[in-house]
Write a protein that binds this ligand. Structure first.
Ligand code: COS
Length: 381
């Protein structure tokens, strides 16, 4: 059993503890039956539908438009501990509609969010391009007025999670009100919009639905814009402020699973006539893992609590939470692999699976290097 003492920390309230219990019970009962690594797309669809039915997706796309970031983080942590795709399916419903939740028109929200909450329609966040990943202000995909109130999108997006299976995308485009970051806008684009195609599905070391998208003369109604014209950069950053802390939470879930597996291993495996756990070398490793996990959890729930308590922006706290938790998880999982010896690199073993799962979290939604830039700018300012 994972350490759940953090649930008593003052960052959390009784409703969070109840939610954690429910999510734990649901994940233990349902995730193994819904997950199938040979069918990643189907797994994500089934998991989203199951989470929708159980009511958890209301925390990813809240009906009142107010994120309970502590709940979001708790759910990501718990789902990640059970299965990487369970976290992924949950998180994408939120990331893919975060812009709508925060800045969408009432009509658009009413049209899109109930299906997302029910897990019937799948969402995606389309920001990254082949030539613009970390440097969002350089986005090249264009959105131009095209008469009759429609807007025409042309360009490419890549590394889009849920790409290929999503029912709709929030697409960030250059609308040109001003140069750089001040000339972008966000649009809601249904997956069946004419001119939008999946150019390529992308495979990675921890497979999940991922694609490169092509927009050629792709038309959507002008009222599909989310937020003000020219405010797309700030819309993207506001969404990332929420979800970066939650990426830290997912990393925390992976790390807790690695520590659990390591404790089990340390108790059951004998070396030189004693359990591994009796060796001081092992104890050092376990102590460092547990400390890294608590440090990560403190950052994650500090960021979440700060936002829930009403801070208008948590850019610094979210960047720290993402950076600290993902880097800590990588280290914890690497130690778990080492403690497991050959078993740690056997395909399909828990440490091996976690080792593949964690790597991308240090890259997406702002690589560790970008988080350092963000933190430095905040403290210098
Ligand atoms: N919330 C609201 N507004 C924000 C903001 C935030 N978190 N961060 C920046 N802004 C505002 C700034 O205040 C500035 O506003 P004004 O034009 O009114 O002054 C504007 O947005 C531009 O900000 P800045 O000058 O900092 O833009 P940069 O191009 O220098 O931003 C970074 C650089 C690295 C911070 C940004 O591009 C970034 O976060 N990149 C990583 C993106 C990412 O996560 N990619 C992965 C894809 S998602 S899987």
């Amino acid at each position: 059993m994972p350490d759940t003492s953090f649930l008593d920390w003052p960052f959390l309230e009784p409703r969070h503890r109840r939610l954690a219990e429910e999510a734990e019970a649901w994940a233990a009962a349902h995730v193994p039956a819904l997950a199938d690594h040979h069918d990643v797309d189907g797994t994500c669809r089934r998991l989203a539908a199951g989470m929708g039915e159980a009511g958890f997706l209301a925390h990813a796309a809240p009906p009142d438009g107010r994120f309970d970031l502590r709940a979001l983080c708790l759910l990501r942590e718990i789902f990640a501990r059970h299965h990487g795709l369970a976290d992924f399916a949950f998180a994408m419903q939120g990331l893919g509609t975060g812009a709508l939740t925060l800045f969408g028109s009432p009509t658009l929200k009413e049209r899109v969010l109930p299906g997302v909450r029910a897990g019937r329609s799948l969402a995606a966040f389309a920001l990254t391009e082949p030539e613009a990943g970390s440097d969002v202000a350089q986005l090249a995909l264009t959105a131009r007025p095209d008469g009759d109130g429609t807007v025409r999108l042309d360009g490419e997006k890549t590394w889009i999670s849920n790409g290929g299976i999503a029912d709709h995308y929030v697409v960030f485009a250059r609308t040109g009100e001003a140069p750089g970051a001040r000339g972008l806008s966000a649009y809601y684009v249904p997956a069946d919009a004419p001119g939008l195609t999946v150019a390529e599905r992308l495979d990675t070391i921890a497979p999940h639905p991922l694609a490169r998208l092509r927009f050629e003369n792709c038309r959507v109604p002008g009222e599909n814009r989310i937020g003000e014209a020219g405010a797309g950069f700030k819309v993207a950053m506001a969404v990332l402020d929420v979800f970066r802390a939650s990426v830290g939470a997912a990393a925390l879930g992976f790390a807790r699973r690695a520590l659990d597996a390591s404790l089990e291993r340390a108790r059951s495996r004998h070396l030189f006539g004693a359990p591994l756990a009796a060796m001081q070398l092992t104890q050092t490793s376990l102590a460092e893992m547990a400390t890294a996990i608590d440090t990560a959890a403190l950052h994650v729930y500090r960021a979440a609590w700060t936002r829930d308590a009403g801070a208008p922006r948590i850019t610094r706290e979210a960047a720290m939470a993402k950076m600290v938790a993902t880097e800590a998880a990588q280290e914890v999982i690497d130690r778990a692999v080492q403690l497991h010896g050959g078993e740690g690199v056997r395909s399909g073993s828990i440490p091996e699976t976690l080792y593949r799962e964690i790597r991308a979290l240090r890259i997406y939604e702002g690589a560790t290097e970008v988080q350092k830039l963000v933190i430095a700018r905040q403290i210098i300012a």
